[in-house]
Design a protein around this ligand. Structure first.
Ligand code: KG4
Ligand code: ZN
Length: 338
C-alpha cells in the first residue's frame, strides 16, 4: 500500500456524500447526507430541491469526512468528484466544492464517471481481477459492462427504454409505495408468489440488451383491470410477479454475456444490486448454466446506493493509470457515458 488518500465527492442525485479513501480500497470515512425525505412527497427527485440541499450539506459533509478519517486537507493526495451522469445542477455543486478544495489546497482534481464509481464500489470490499464483467443496475441505468483492464469500460448490453430501478419506482407509484420503491417492492415480493404471467422482454433475443417499459405497461394494465373488476388486489403477488420478471431478464442476459465474454468475476453494482431476490438467485442460476467458476461480487448494501467512497475507489484507478487531471474549467456532463 502506498497510503494515497483521496477525498471524494458525490452529488449527482439525492445524496450529498464525501468520503476519504486510502489506496482506492480502504474507507476511512463515508459521510452520506440523504435528501430522500424532501423528495418523497413529490414522488421523485426534484432537481432544484436537490441542488439547494447539496449547497447546504456539502462543506459540512467534507469536514465531517476529514474529521471521521482523522486527517486534514494537508494529508490528502487528490480530490475527486462525480462529473456525470446525473442532474446538472446537483453535479455542479459537487464540482464547485471540489474545485475550491483543489485550488485552496493545491490538490490534483480527478473527474469521475458516476457509473464507474458504482462498479468500483466492489473494489472497497474485494480484490478485482480482469477481464471483469459488471451488471450495472440503478435508477437511471441497466447495462452489462465488460472491463478488459482497469478503467477500460465497454458497454456490451444496455436498456432500450426504462432502467430496472426506474421500473421499480414507476410500479411503486401504482401500488402506492413511496419513492424510491425498490426496497419495499423487494420486501413485498418476498411475501407474495409469482402468479401473474408478466412478460420477460427480449429474453429470447440474441443480444445483450434489456427492455422494461413493456413490463411496466403490463403491470399497470393488470392493476387497472383488477380494479375495474373489483378484484382484491394481491399486491404482494403483483410485486413478486414483477420482481420475478425483472430478475429472470437480468439473470438471463448476464448468463448470455458471460458465455460470450469469459471472465473470472462478475460485479453487480448500482442501487438495484441491493435487491435480495437478485442476490439470492443469481449464483444458483450461474451454477445451473455451468458458470459456477465465475465469482459473483455484490458490494454490501451501504455501498450499493450513491456514496462518495465508490467515487474515491474509481478515482484511484484513474490515478494509477496516470489519466490526466482536470483543471478549474471542469464542467458537469449530465449524460456522460463510458
Ligand atoms: O444507484 P442508485 O442509488 O441511484 C442511481 O444512480 O440511480 O439507485 C437507485 C435505484 C432506485 O430506483 C431504487 O428504487 C432502486 O435503486 N433500489 C432497489 C432496491 N433498493 C434500491 N431496487 C430493487 N430492489 C432493491 N432492494
Ligand atoms: Zn447511482
Amino acid at each position: 500500500a502506498t497510503n494515497e488518500l483521496i477525498l471524494a465527492i458525490e452529488s449527482s442525485c439525492d445524496e450529498t456524500s464525501v468520503a476519504v479513501v486510502r489506496d482506492g480500497q480502504t474507507i476511512l470515512s463515508n459521510i452520506i447526507a440523504t435528501q430522500i425525505n424532501s423528495h418523497k412527497r413529490f414522488g421523485g427527485v426534484v432537481p432544484e430541491v436537490a441542488s439547494r440541499h447539496h449547497v447546504e450539506a456539502i462543506l459540512v459533509a467534507a469536514q465531517d469526512a476529514l474529521d471521521e478519517a482523522q486527517v486534514t486537507y494537508d494529508d490528502l493526495q487528490a480530490v475527486a468528484v462525480t462529473v456525470g451522469p446525473g442532474l446538472v445542477g446537483a453535479l455542479l455543486i459537487g464540482i464547485s466544492a471540489a474545485k475550491a478544495i483543489s485550488f485552496a489546497h493545491s490538490l490534483p482534481l480527478i473527474p469521475v464517471n458516476h457509473m464507474a464509481g458504482h462498479i468500483y464500489a466492489a473494489r472497497l470490499v474485494h480484490e478485482l481481477t480482469y477481464p471483469l464483467m459488471a451488471l450495472l443496475v440503478s435508477g437511471g441505468h441497466t447495462e452489462l459492462v465488460y472491463l478488459r483492464a482497469p478503467g477500460e469500460f465497454e458497454i456490451i448490453g444496455d436498456t432500450r427504454d426504462d432502467a430496472a430501478g426506474e421500473a421499480y419506482d414507476k410500479i411503486g407509484r401504482v401500488l402506492g409505495v413511496p419513492y424510491p420503491a425498490g426496497k419495499t417492492i423487494d420486501a413485498m415480493a418476498h411475501e407474495g408468489k409469482d402468479t401473474f404471467d408478466f412478460p420477460r422482454a427480449m429474453l429470447q433475443e440474441d443480444n445483450l440488451d434489456f427492455s422494461f417499459s413493456g413490463l411496466k405497461s403490463a403491470f399497470i394494465n393488470t392493476v387497472h383491470h383488477a380494479e375495474q373488476k373489483q378484484e382484491a388486489l394481491l399486491k404482494n403477488d403483483l410485486a413478486a410477479s414483477f420482481q420475478a420478471s425483472v430478475i429472470d431478464v437480468l439473470v438471463g442476459k448476464t448468463i448470455k454475456a458471460l458465455q460470450q465474454y469469459p471472465v473470472k468475476q462478475l460485479v453487480v453494482a448500482g442501487g438495484v444490486a441491493a435487491n435480495q431476490g437478485l442476490r439470492e438467485q443469481l449464483a444458483a442460476h450461474l451454477a445451473a448454466a455451468g458458470l459456477d467458476q465465475v465469482e459473483v461480487i455484490f458490494p454490501p448494501l451501504r455501498l450499493c446506493g450513491d456514496n462518495g467512497a465508490m467515487i474515491g475507489a474509481a478515482a484511484h484507478v484513474a490515478l494509477q493509470k496516470h489519466e490526466p487531471f482536470a483543471d478549474l474549467t471542469l464542467n458537469a456532463d449530465p449524460s456522460l457515458s463510458f
